[in-house]
Design a protein. Sequence first.
Length: 263
Amino acid sequence: MDDLNVKGRIFDIQRYSIHDGNGIRTIVFLKGCAFRCRWCCNPESQEHQIQTMKVQGKDKIIGTDVTVSEVLEEVLKDRSYYQRSGGGVTLSGGEALCQPEFTYHLLHACKEEGLHTAMESTAFADYKVIERILPVLDQYLMDIKHVNAEKHRLFTGQSNELVLENARKIAASGETELIIRVPVIPTFNQTESEIAAIADFAGSLPGVKEMNLLPYHRLGQDKYEGLNREYALMGIMPPRIEEMEHLKRVAEKHSGLLVKIGG
């Protein structure tokens, strides 16, 4: 199949990002996700369908159908920045694995152009879907939110067995650089014992060298009102830097990995 004509549904393209991968990056946000995380900062990403959201009192259409060619044209505008900084393109969402054909062909097209590729993903998909993507993926930024299946289900709407199983398979494959990322969420996984358990798991994965702790923030809270939805963590405060530094030390001790706050 010709990469360039494959269609997908996105809701944003963010240029000049210094997060979600190495160097200066362009992040492509795909529509659709199997999770309903209570803290999600992109609730407009969860539904695959095109939506209308109120933004500053005005209706905004969220979601547009594009071809790989159209996205690649935008991505390639910053090739010189990628080359100087070691950056590239990152797929985010939502969950890119919810659109496996588009994700594969977009990553393949980017690799054909010599770009570094990354994906921010929960790995909540059949492993055959992931296995196909790994050869065109340089860096997998994988969320591990909790190791307890019931608490994971309570806060995200899904259990975590498939996530943990796929993390082991991705690590064992050795086909991509796997970085474990943990959103640190008060009331969910902010305790020392919970971070320690995730760190133990991350440290057990072969070839994994890095773990990122991503502190909870409320930057997406207004979007819920724009979508006429209730924000489930109303009143929850972001962790203090001192708390994050303590959890970083806990994660380092239990994982043996390089641990960063942010990523």
